[in-house]
Design a protein around this ligand. Structure first.
Ligand code: CU
Length: 118
C-alpha cells in the first residue's frame, strides 16, 4: 500500500521533471506543477484523517453538547465532531498531523467535562 503510493508520487515527479526538461512555456509548466502538487497534497490529507471515539462524562443537556462542540472546533486540524448526549460519546475526525487525542481531551477538560479515548 505504502510502496504503491510512493511509486505513484515518484512517477508524478518524474513526469514533472521530464516536462521541465522538454518544454519551454513557463506558465504551462507552472500550472502543471501546481496540479501535481495539489493532487499529492489532497492524497496525503485524506490519509492522515483519524476517527476517534471519546467517552465524555459530565454532560447533562444540549447546552453541554454545544459547549464541547464549540470548544473542540477551535482546535487546529479538527474536521468533524459528533456528540451523542445519551451515550456520552463523541466521534471526532481530525488530522493526525495537526492534532492529537490528548489535545482533544485537554480541550474537553478545560470546558469542564471529563473525557477519555474508548
Ligand atoms: Cu448542560
Amino acid at each position: 500500500m505504502f510502496k504503491k503510493q510512493l511509486l505513484i508520487e515518484v512517477v508524478f515527479y518524474f513526469a514533472l521533471v521530464i516536462f521541465f526538461l522538454t518544454k519551454n512555456d513557463y506558465k504551462c509548466k507552472l500550472q502543471l506543477s501546481q496540479t501535481f502538487t495539489s493532487v499529492i497534497e489532497k492524497k496525503r490529507k485524506k490519509e492522515s484523517i483519524m476517527k476517534q471515539t471519546f467517552k465524555i462524562t459530565g454532560m447533562t443537556c444540549q447546552h453541554c453538547v454545544k459547549n464541547i462542540e464549540t470548544a473542540v472546533q477551535e482546535l487546529n486540524g479538527l474536521k468533524k465532531i459528533k456528540i451523542h448526549l445519551k451515550k456520552e460519546t463523541a466521534l471526532v475526525h481530525y488530522n493526525e498531523e495537526q492534532l492529537s487525542s490528548e489535545a482533544i481531551i485537554n480541550k474537553i477538560t478545560e470546558a469542564g467535562y471529563q473525557a477519555e479515548v474508548i
